[in-house]
Design a protein around this ligand. Structure first.
Ligand SMILES: C[S@@+](CC[C@H](N)C(=O)[O-])C[C@H]1O[C@@H](n2cnc3c(N)ncnc32)[C@H](O)[C@@H]1O
Length: 277
């Protein structure tokens, strides 16, 4: 089978990025990578991906730009409000049976997902006994997540999401407005540990009762999705909860039998105990 020239160039560029900087995009979805690289090609005025490869190898700052391009950090608070409603209904009663709770947000981006969960857990009386590990491989996104400062203009949309998700308070209680910025309340941050973790190249992060990895696997090819799903299976306690994004599944992992589907639409799964439910 012959490959088109661009496909060969992309392959070589990803190899260069990996060998020189350790960031491994070789098993990301081809369509996603090609779209992002072509976009950058048009922006930087180079003619071919091979020219970009040379630049990546000799210009660390250009490599950093490419890293941002390939890591899509789009996120929002209470993204998919129905998902958070389902968490309140089906998952919170399970978490309430534990004396302490560990939750891993894998691919947390700029932190909105973790703050949403911190708010929900506070309202459910669970936050004090919870440790949240929020990880990403994008250091710039993690730095913003740790700060917890967002543009005020986003708060209108986040408030609407929060209300639709079953939120019980005034959303404005959870942040302080300062000029055009919204600063998340310190009480939401105190049990969140922000950390660098690469799902492709790093191993099990911690043993946890719940993993949220939403809208991340969608950028991986099926082999990589399967590899990461095995990492999640090995990180979860028996009875632990796995939450995926609306377009993601356990399909390529061969692990579906090891989980019970708690909510088919919202992609919430519970890892079975040995030999049964
Ligand atoms: C679209 S955002 C999803 C954020 C959030 N989970 C949500 O659903 O709103 C995808 C995140 O996955 C992160 N990501 C992509 N590949 C990763 C990897 N190999 N290891 C860790 N994080 C990764 C990106 O940096 C980005 O922050």
């Amino acid at each position: 089978m012959t490959k088109d020239t661009t496909e060969i160039e992309i392959h070589l560029l990803l190899e260069a990025l990996y060998r020189k900087y350790g960031y491994d995009f070789r098993q990301y979805s081809e369509a996603h990578i090609r779209r992002r690289l072509m976009n950058r090609l048009a922006l930087c005025g180079l003619q071919t991906i091979s020219e970009m490869q040379s630049r990546v190898l000799h210009d660390r700052e250009f490599a950093a730009v490419l890293l941002q391009d390939l890591s899509i950090t789009v996120t929002e608070m209470f993204r998919d409000a129905e998902f958070y409603r389902a968490i309140r209904q089906s998952v919170v009663p399970i978490l309430k049976t534990y004396s302490f709770v560990k939750i891993w947000h894998a691919g947390c981006s700029t932190g909105q997902e973790a703050y949403s969960m911190a708010i929900l857990l506070q309202e459910e009386g669970l936050y004090e006994r919870t440790t949240m590990y929020a990880t990403d491989f994008n250091q710039r996104a993690l730095d913003q997540a740790r700060e917890g400062i967002y543009a005020n203009e986003q708060m209108k949309e986040y408030t609407a999401n929060y209300q639709r998700s079953g939120g019980r308070e005034a959303f404005s209680d959870y942040y302080t407005s300062n000029y055009n910025m919204a600063i998340m309340e310190a009480s939401l941050k105190k049990n969140i540990v922000w950390a660098h973790h690469n799902l492709v190249t790093d191993s099990v992060f911690a043993e946890v009762h719940m993993i949220m990895c939403r809208n991340v696997l969608i950028y991986f090819n099926s082999d990589l999705q399967s590899k990461v799903q095995h990492l999640f299976r090995d990180s979860l306690t028996h009875g632990g909860i796995l939450c995926l994004g609306s377009k993601e599944s356990l399909r390529f992992s061969g692990l579906a039998e090891e989980y019970i589907e708690l909510d088919k639409v919202q992609k919430i799964f519970k890892k079975k105990y040995p030999g049964g439910e």
